[in-house]
Design a protein around this ligand. Structure first.
Ligand code: WTA
Length: 647
């Protein structure tokens, strides 16, 4: 049943950017002459200096390098704005839809240019130079787009921190990359509720390691009271006021850093994923055009927050580099009511809609009625990202949201990959519900076993990518060795994704989820190690182990096992306190769904926690515990199984 095949309608295919016959041929070309292929695709950008050295890649640990378009020079903001001014000056670049449905604005490419230039000039005046890091902690408002683009105009490297992260998480990210300047807002507004952004920044800046910050720019969003600390804090409005509406763009090398984005890994603190200028923009823009079948008049809406990579590549950079109209939504799917997404679709005539399975499942639970009540006639393509989409949700998305008319692109990728790697090309690759289908041009996936042997044909195992692509991350900021160790050591000579994957008889790829200690909660990555270290930072906690567990809406939930210090008694109150503690330490997205008291944890004789067992207990699959004889104390398992009953 889940293997049913859905080709796009002929009316879609006939007009598609990539036609059914094109895929196999272009794919073959892209792999056989990879550098030649990307050299041609690179011409889609406007370069100050055209690149002649297209690709220089070696995954060998002792001779490691990833370089694309190395001798090319360009500026991202010029590509996203200036070069459209001739023909698209009055075209809407950004449709901003506020939290309150009465609040929306259209920003043309010309206006975008003026706003970005004004801010870029202001940043230069404040002493921000090429290569300096700037942290953005902002809601989904136009100024956020201006800020990202203004950084690119002057060659500053932005690090966007999701507005749901706590002061400690912000502080860690500011300190790690040594930001000189922070841009935030007085408060955010989501679902009618205020988020104290400036207050969180104030708190973050009292933490160790953050005295690199010289200036904090504050956008007035709600007008709520904030504590402005002079001379550090400046109103955004005041610094851009009177700035010239033109600004000389910095000539950036293709391999110069563009942005840092922190993401969770299986060990330690979040890593600063670093993307560079040329390859990233080529890849984001080309994939966006092919995969979303972009046409000049499309109204494209990606519901992701710019705090995540999807918001970088497919809300901002890809669409604007393509001269598209992109929707930026400040609110949430259920405010003022559960039909909000479809109201926005109808209001702005959205044609291409890209969201996450967790949102689809949450909406599906509310029934068809709120969807059917809205027209949605403008929609012609739907997309999914962030986690595997279960076939049931896929079908609901297809039949109810898309009236069985719209192809669905289930796009698999990662913060590290910069852009989509495995996906249907909507007019060319028939879809199977739950499968990300086939590799994009130039991408060579392979499935390996635990020892690294390649497995051919229909099979299952760990997903690796054999060769580079222009959008690939280049390093972990400040820790290049960690980059190599994390991604290129497990399976030498190949990029290890951390995902499990099945390939079927038709060569379709089915992502089965993370195989490392990363949990995917509502499409957001959380490292088990991060939640564990937050828990053990509490004075009453001796030890903690965290695993993922199945969750109907979120895909995965967070399941924590906690051992208390001697003398401490478990209680419901303490459980609540610990859950709140994690929220405060990391942010609401890391809130444990379950917290079980564990008198002991299942450990091997060498002291390693056997997470496999903890996962099975969390899943409530006591019959699948497997071999427990290597445990130092096999009795622990029974007490945990009992403890699960009354957690
Ligand atoms: C998961 C988000 C299945 C996967 C763009 C990956 C997916 C992690 C899909 C990256 C998909 C993303 N099907 N799984 N279509 N898209 N994932 O870095 O486990 O936030 O490794 O990037 O999300 O999450 P990240």
């Amino acid at each position: 049943m889940s293997d049913s095949i859905h080709p796009a309608s002929t009316s879609f295919t006939d007009a598609a950017n990539i036609k059914p016959d094109d895929y196999e041929r272009l794919y073959r070309e892209s792999v056989e002459d990879n550098a030649g292929f990307w050299g041609r695709i690179g011409e889609r950008l406007e370069w100050f200096t055209k690149p002649t050295r297209i690709k220089d890649v070696s995954y060998a640990v002792e001779d490691f390098r990833i370089r694309w378009y190395e001798d090319g020079e360009l500026n991202v903001s010029v590509n996203c704005i200036d070069r459209h001014l001739g023909e698209r000056g009055d075209k809407t670049a950004i449709i901003w839809e506020g939290d309150d449905p009465a609040d929306s604005r259209r920003i043309s490419y010309r206006e975008l240019h003026a706003e970005v230039c004004k801010l870029a000039n202001a940043l230069r005046n404040l002493g921000v130079k090429r290569g300096d890091r700037v942290t953005l902690y902002l809601p989904m408002i136009p100024e956020t787009a201006y800020a990202m683009l203004a950084c690119t105009r002057i060659g500053a490297v932005h690090s966007v921190v999701f507005g749901g992260f706590s002061p400690d998480a912000i502080a860690g990210r500011i300190a790690d990359c040594g930001s000189k300047l922070v841009i935030t807002a007085d408060e955010g507004l989501r679902g009618g509720k205020k988020v104290p952004l400036k207050k969180n920044v104030d708190e973050a800046l009292t933490r160790a390691g953050t005295n690199c910050v010289e200036t904090v720019l504050v956008v007035k969003r709600t007008g709520g009271a904030v504590d402005m600390q002079m001379p550090r804090d400046r109103w955004y409005e005041a610094v851009v006021d009177g700035q010239p509406e033109a600004c000389e763009p910095e000539r950036m090398g293709a391999e110069d850093p563009l942005f840092i984005l922190y993401t969770s890994g299986s060990t330690g603190q979040p890593k600063g994923v670093l993307h560079t200028t040329g390859g990233y923009l080529v890849y984001a823009s080309y994939t966006h055009e092919c995969i979303f079948d972009l046409k000049e008049d499309d109204v494209y809406w990606c519901t992701a927050d710019v705090g995540w990579v999807t918001g970088h590549s497919y809300l901002l950079y890809g669409p604007l580099a393509n001269g598209a109209t992109t929707v930026m939504f400040e609110g949430v799917p259920n405010h003022p009511d559960i039909g909000r997404f479809w109201d926005v679709v109808d209001k702005h005539g959205v044609t291409l809609f890209y969201t996450a399975p967790t949102a689809i499942r949450a909406l599906m639970r509310e029934g068809e009625e709120p969807v059917r009540k809205r027209s949605r006639k403008s929609l012609r393509l739907l997309g999914s990202v962030g986690e595997p989409i279960n076939p049931e949700a896929w079908r609901w998305y297809h039949e109810v949201v898309g009236d069985s008319r719209c192809p669905i692109v289930d796009t698999w990728w990662q913060t590290e990959t910069g852009g989509i790697l495995i996906t249907p090309l909507p007019g060319a690759i028939p879809q199977k519900p739950g499968s990300a289908t086939k590799p994009f041009f130039g991408i060579q996936p392979a499935i390996v076993d635990a020892e690294g042997n390649t497995k051919d044909g229909a099979t299952e195992g760990n997903l690796v990518i054999l060769d580079s692509w222009p959008g690939q991350m280049r390093t972990v900021f400040g820790d290049h060795q960690r980059f190599i160790d994390t991604y290129f050591k497990t399976y030498p000579g190949r990029y290890f994704t951390g995902d499990g994957c099945r390939r079927d008889e038709d060569g379709y790829y089915w992502i089965t989820g993370r195989v490392d200690d990363v949990i995917n909660v509502s499409g957001h990555r959380i490292g088990t190690a991060e939640v564990e270290s937050a828990l053990v930072a509490h004075e009453k906690v001796a030890e903690a182990a965290v695993v993922g567990c199945p969750h109907d809406i979120k895909g995965q939930g967070i399941y924590a096992y906690v051992t208390l210090n001697a003398g401490e008694e478990p209680s419901d109150e303490l459980r609540k306190e610990l859950v709140q503690w994690v929220r405060k330490e990391i942010g609401p997205i890391a809130t444990p769904d379950h917290l079980q008291w564990a008198p002991g944890l299942p450990k091997t004789r060498s002291g390693k926690i056997m997470r496999r067992i903890l996962r099975k207990i969390a899943e409530n699959a006591p019959d699948q515990l497997g071999d427990t004889s290597t445990l130092a104390d096999p009795g622990v398992v029974n007490s945990l199984l009992e403890g699960r009953m009354n957690r």
